[in-house]
Structures are given as C-alpha cells and as structure tokens.
Design a protein around this ligand. Structure first.
Ligand code: SF4
Length: 511
C-alpha cells in the first residue's frame, strides 16, 4: 500500500489518479492529516507521501518517506491567481489543465504545479516516464482542441503538452492529430442548435466477465421488454416537447446489447423516435449490435429498414479460448458470420471493438486478432485497453486470483495501431478510463468519412446528450461550456416504476 497524506483534500482525486498511474498494482490511499487518525492504517505501507499546500504563499512542498525512514523533499511555486480550480471532477480537470491559454511562460495553477512536482518525483522514484505524463483526465484531446480553437499553432500546442504535462512525443502526436480531425468534422456539423440522443437497452445475452455497464440477462426480462419500450416512449414524448425547434444531430442506441430486442420491438422503438423527433439533420444513427450471439438477419433487416446507418459488431478478441474465459458465450465463427451477414444486408459502416490486456492474452493473441480483422476490413475499429472496474466480476476474479495480464499492453497497442493503419483507418477519437491497462487509452480508428459522429460530439462535450433508459446519464452542455448531468436509476424495475420521476429529473435539468 502507498499512503498519501495531504493537508487539504481539494486535490485528493488528482493525487490518487497520478500515484495509481505509477503504481497500478498497489492500493493507494489518499488521506488528509485529520483523516489519518480515524481511517489511517500504518501497516504494510510501501512509502508515504506528505504534501503541504500553502496556496496563499504560492508554495507546495512534498516529502516522500520510505518505510526504512529515507526521506526525500521537494518544493515548487505556483500561480495563486489561477486558484479557482476544482480538483475532483474529471471534466473540470480537463478544462483547468488547458486553462492557461497554452502559455508556459507563467506559473502553473496550483493543481498543475502539484502534479508536475509529483510527476517528477515519482518518475524519478520508479525509473520511467508515463506515456500521458501527468495527465490523468479522461479527455486528453480537449487540450489541443481548445488550443486550436483559441488560435494556437502546432508548435505552441506541442510545447504546452510536453512542458506542462510531460506527455510523450507519441501521445502528443496522437492527441494533436485527433484534435485536428475532430475539429474538421465538427466544423461541418450544426451542433450548436442541435442535440444528440442516447437510448439505453440494458439487456444482454449473458454477462461478460469485465462488464460494469448496466446489463441484465435478457432471458429474465424478455416479458418486460414491451413495458420497458413504453417507458422509453414516455421519455421520447418529453424530449419532443422540450426540444421543439431543435434538431437531432446523432442517435446512438447502446446498452447492454440493443440487438437483444426482437425485430418488431426494434422497429417499434425506432419508428416512434422518428415520428416524434426532428431527425432531418441527423448525421448518424448507430445501433450497437455488440454481441454476435444476439444478431439475426431479421434484426439486421429491421434496423436497415428503420434507417440505421452504423452498427457495431464486436469480437473483442479472435480467440475462442479467451472468449470463453471472459464469459462472452459466442465463438469467433459466430462473430464472422454475424459480420458477413451485416455486410450482405447492406451495412457499409460497421465498427468493431477489441480489448487489449484481456485475461491471459499475449501480444501473439493480439497479432492473430488483428490479422483476422484485417481480412474482414471493418470501417471503424475501437481499440480498448482493459479497464478493471470496481464492482465488475473481473475485479472480483482478480481479487481472488491475482493480477493476470499476460502481455504488455503498450506493445499490444502498437500491434493494433499498425493493423488499423494497414486497413487505411486513422485515429479520430480517444478517451482514457480509470484503472486502464498500461495507463494507456481507448482509441477509435475509422476510414475517411466513417468516423463515429456521436462519439466525437459526446467526447468533446460540445452539445447536450439526452439519454433515455435505465442507467443512462443525460448531459446538459451550456453555451459557456458549463456541464450539468442527471441520471436515470440503473435498476430496470425502479426505472419503470419511477418513470415520471426520471422525466422530472430531466425537466429540472433543462429548465
Ligand atoms: S455485451 Fe457489453 S454490456 Fe453486455 S455484458 Fe458484455 S460488456 Fe456488459
């Protein structure tokens, strides 16, 4: 265990994220000095870090104290005037990380100064750098994006990314090039007067080992699906009334696995949505058809007839052994059949998701997965690094069996990147997650003209996303960039029994 003690709890979350990035396998506990007496545990501590923030004096000092008593001290100065930063919100962190207008001449914010100092000390301590440097936010592309929008040039952006956050050349390239592509796509969309819709279908054929999404087995819920759709329709009615005069820029039906719906259920839902909302400027209609074991020709036809123009068919890996290990309950052959069927039914924008760092997988497995995917030639490939979510069966499995990543996720990422390039796909969006394998990122690659527009609108937070269904989160984006959220309960029965309350929550958010 690594214990971090701090005199103010303002930056607890940032400190935890950064220390955890350096020590992914260790438990990290961040406590205030006051909390130490009540919650602190002095047993089995690898080392302690003590941080004193003296914001009024513009000073931060830090001590690393090893269990053998060896102590290292450092101190830095910061810009108190830029002190109005909340340390606990990922999105707030992103905007604050980029809030210095790209200037590296002036002092950093207290948070950035603290993270810079910690980064230097920890990278020295552990003997290597992190690919994303001291950046721990989930949207690293927001920084180059905001700087591009404020007129900064490539050299200024690179300098800022590298000098302020110690981001590697490779990740700076990636973030900068993605920001350029996203900007080009966004410049072509009238998103200011629009919004996007997310519909959550929280049912799946079975539960994957690594899942932490809202997902319930369809067999148990089969008879309630019609009632669930009625609740979605109620939410759609609310949206139609509230967003009159606004256009929908993109629709994303996700989950769960939306293709657990029968063809008539899917048709009913999409037809209702189309009748009630203005989709005349809708640039993309995606249905995540993730699990191949939920796809049938009839379902594909129903979606096609309803105007769905982008789907996901996800292998995650092309190894039957791994699929079994992670509880996917489908085979590689089933995946290939489902994909080919979707092509036969005329889908010309198909995404595939793969996950790197799956239990027991090595670089050779990823090489094999990419070779098989290249043969199929999808339009869009999303490469995830496994993220171990608290509460997932995978987290429990790891607790019981130890950490079992067999390969190097960084090298796997390289293999996937080369494979994507071979298919003519370029990166167009990325995000990071907590506890992500190798402290890396998830990257979406796409063929020219096939980039997932919803993904970009959602990731760059340029417009409101109205989310319907159990376990979904609606995000209101204000003109000044401020963001407020409201969520629907995860439990399907509670969601259905309290549908009026779910709608009331949205009403309060949008008034
Ligand atoms: S398909 Fe997705 S949502 Fe369903 S159980 Fe697997 S990971 Fe979870």
């Amino acid at each position: 265990m690594i214990q971090v003690l701090i005199n103010k709890d303002k930056f607890k979350y940032d400190i935890h994220s950064l220390v955890k990035a350096f020590y992914p396998k260790e438990d990290v506990s961040v406590l205030t000095f006051d909390e130490l007496s009540s919650k602190g545990d002095n047993e089995n501590i690898l080392f302690k870090i003590e941080i004193i923030l003296e914001e009024e004096a513009g000073k931060i000092s830090m001590k690393i104290i090893h269990s053998d008593g060896v102590c290292k001290e450092a101190e830095t100065v910061c810009d108190i005037a830029s002190n109005g930063v909340s340390g606990n919100e990922e999105s707030a962190e992103v905007s604050s990380e980029s809030s210095t207008n790209g200037s590296t001449a002036s002092l950093s914010t207290p948070k950035n100064s603290l993270k810079q100092m910690m980064y230097r000390e920890l990278s020295h301590e552990i003997g290597h750098e992190l690919p994303w440097g001291s950046l721990t936010g989930i949207r690293p592309t927001r920084i180059p994006m905001q700087m591009l929008e404020s007129g900064k040039n490539e050299a200024e952006i690179r300098k800022y990314m590298q000098e302020t956050f110690f981001v590697s050349d490779e990740k700076t390239d990636l973030a900068y090039n993605i920001a350029l592509r996203e900007k080009k796509i966004l410049d072509d969309i009238n998103y200011e007067n629009g919004y996007s819709i997310y519909l959550g279908i929280p049912f799946c054929p079975t539960t994957c080992l690594y899942c932490s999404f809202t997902s319930f087995p369809i067999v148990t819920w089969k008879k309630k699906v019609s009632d669930y759709i009625s609740c979605l329709e109620k939410e759609i009615d609310y949206v139609a009334e509230t967003f009159q005069g606004k256009v929908v820029n993109s629709v994303y039906i996700g989950g769960g696995t939306p293709t657990t719906l029968e063809p008539d259920e899917m048709t009913r839902l999409i037809t209702y949505l189309r009748e009630k909302l203005d989709l005349s400027e809708c640039r993309e209609f995606t249905v995540e058809s993730g699990r191949p074991d939920s796809i049938t020709r009839e379902k594909l036809r129903a979606m096609k007839e309803c105007g769905v123009d982008r789907i996901s068919v996800n292998p995650q890996t092309m190894s039957d052994e791994t699929l079994k290990r992670i509880g996917r309950k489908h085979t590689v052959e089933q995946f290939i059949n489902a994909y080919n069927m979707a092509r036969e039914e005329g889908f010309d924008n198909i995404n595939m998701d793969i996950i790197l760092g799956l239990p027991g997988e090595t670089e050779a497995d990823v090489e094999h997965t990419m070779q098989e995917i290249i043969k199929l030639n999808p339009d869009d490939l999303t490469v995830h690094s496994l993220s171990v979510k608290r509460g997932s069966r995978l987290a429990e499995h790891i607790r019981n069996n130890g950490f079992f990543v067999a390969g190097d996720t960084g090298r796997m990422m390289e293999i996937a990147k080369k494979g994507a390039a071979k298919m003519g796909l370029t990166p167009y969006y990325l995000y990071r997650q907590k506890n992500i394998s190798g402290n890396l990122e998830n990257t979406g690659y796409a063929r020219e003209g096939k980039a997932g527009i919803y993904n970009i609108l959602m990731m760059e937070e340029v417009q409101s996303i109205v989310a319907l269904g159990a376990g979904t989160v609606t995000k209101r984006v204000y003109g000044d960039g401020r963001i407020e959220r409201c969520d629907n309960v995860k439990d399907v029965t509670l969601y259905m029994n309290n549908i009026d309350d779910m709608i009331e929550r949205k009403k309060s958010l949008f008034t």
